[in-house]
Design a protein around this ligand. Sequence first.
Ligand code: NAD
Ligand code: UDX
Length: 461
Amino acid sequence: MTNILCIGAGYVGGPTMAVIAKHCPQHKITVIDINPERIAAWNSDQLPIYEPGLKEVVDIARGRNLFFTATDIDEHINQAEIIFVSVNTPTKTFGQGAGRAADLQFWEKTARQILRNSTTPKIIIEKSTLPVRTAEAMSQILNTNPNGLHFDVLSNPEFLAEGSAIHDLENPDRVLIGGHNTPSGQAAVQTIVDLYANWVPRERIITTNLWSSELSKLVANAFLAQRISSINAISALCEKTGADVEEVAYAIGTDTRIGPRFLKASVGFGGSCFKKDILNLVYLCEMQGLTEVAAYWEQVLKMNEYQEARFVANMVHAMFNTLAGKRIALFGAAFKANTSDTRESPALIVCRELLDEHADVVLCDPYALENARTDLGAQSSRVTFELDPYQAAKGAHAIAILTEWADFAALDYQRIFDAMAHPAFIFDGRNILNHQALFEMGFNVYAVGKEPRVKFNAISS
Ligand code: NAD
Ligand code: UDX
C-alpha cells in the first residue's frame, strides 16, 4: 500500500482524490486541509461542494482507503510517499503583480511544511494551477533540506470542469504529467502514470517536460475562454443585425476544424479558473517582454466584462431606463449549472450592478444561495434569497436567467407570467428558454445574440 497525501480539500483535491481512491483500493489516500470545517463536511453526509455523482464515489472509498483529516498533518506528511498539492492559487491582490500574478503564498507555505516534516524522500505533484517554472522554485525549496533527502517535483494539472467533475475524472480526455528528463524524474513520472493507468487508458496519459505541462494548463483555459469571448463578441453583432447567434454557432461549429463545443453565447463566463489563469498568462507574457501577446490574451477578459456590462445595459434600456424600486428575479447564482460554486459568477456581477441601479433583487438558485450570500458580503442584506422560482418571480417586473439549471427551463412560465407585474420582461442570459412561446404568452423577450421579441419598442435613452 502506497501512502498518498493530498494537501488541499477543495473543488479539485476532494473529487480527484475520491476518484483515485475508488479506482486504487490498494493505496491509502489521505486528504488534509487547514480548514477543519471543510474536513468535517467531507466526513459528513453534507459534502462541502455540490457535484453530481461525488457523494456516490466518496461513499465507496471513504473509511476504506480514503480519509479526510485536519489533525496530525505533520505526521501524515512524513508518512506520505506521494504528495499532491492542491491548494488555492488565487490572483495576487497586493504588491508586485497585484491583480494579475498568481498568489503563491499558500503554495509556498505547503512546500516549507513538507520540508519541515519529511524524513523520507517523496514525489511532490503540483495539482494546483501554477505559473510556468514554479516547479523549479518548489524543487529549490525542498532540496535545501539538511538530510540530503531527494524530492521529485512533477506537474500534473487538473482539467476537470465543475458540474461534470466526476465524469471528467472518470473519463478524462487526457491526463498530463510533466517531469524532469533525469532518471529519477522519469521514474517519478512512471509511478504517476501507473497510478492513473488503474482506470485511464494508457494512450490518454501524456507525458511532457515540466514547463510544457505547467504552461499547457494555462493555455487550455485561455483557449476555452477565448472561444466563449469570440462567440459572445459575435452575439453583440447578431443583436444589431438580425442574425441569430445559435444559428451562427451551429453553422460554424459543423466545420470539423472548428467543432461545436464551447460556442454557447452567454451573459459571460465565470468560475474560479478562466479569469485567474488568463491573468496569470498575461502576467507571464508581460514579464517576458511579450507585450503584444499579453494584450492579445487580455482582450479575452475585456470582452467578457463587456458582455456582462452589455447584459445589464440591455435590461436598463429595455425597462424604460429605470430599474429603481423594481423587483427583478435572478434565476441562477452559480457560475454554471450543476455546481454550488459562485466564484466569479456573472450572476453576482449582474446582481451587484442591479443593486447599483436600486433594483429590488431576488436571487434564486437550487444549490448556490449560501455561497452567493457569503460572496455578496454586506450587499447581501439588500437581496432577497429565494429557493422557489415561483415565489421569486411573484410581483417581479423582470426575470433574468443567469445560470443554465435545467429546472429553470422546465418551469410553468404561464403561471409565472400571470403572477408578475406587467409589462413582464424576461432576459435569457443562457438561451435555455423557448423564446417564441414566451413571447406568445405576453413576455417581452430578450435573449443573448438574438433579436428581441417585444410588444413595443423601448424608449431611446
Ligand atoms: P479551493 O479553494 O476550493 O481549495 C483549496 C483548499 O486548499 C482550501 O480548502 C484551503 O483551505 C486549502 N489550503 C490552502 N493552504 C493550505 C495548506 N497550507 N495546508 C492545507 N490546506 C491548505 O480551490 P480549488 O478550486 O480546489 O483549486 C485548487 C487549485 O486547482 C487551484 O490552483 C486551481 O487553479 C486549480 N484548479 C481548479 C479547478 C476548479 O474547477 N476549481 C480546476 C482545475 C484546476
Ligand atoms: C474550466 C475548464 O473547462 C476546465 O478544464 C478547467 O480545469 C477549469 O476551468 P469550469 O470553470 O469549472 O472549468 O467550467 P466550464 O465548463 O469551463 O465553464 C466556465 C464558464 O464558461 C461558465 O461560466 C460557463 O457557463 C461558461 N461557458 C462555457 C459559456 O458561457 N459558454 C460555453 O460555451 C461554455
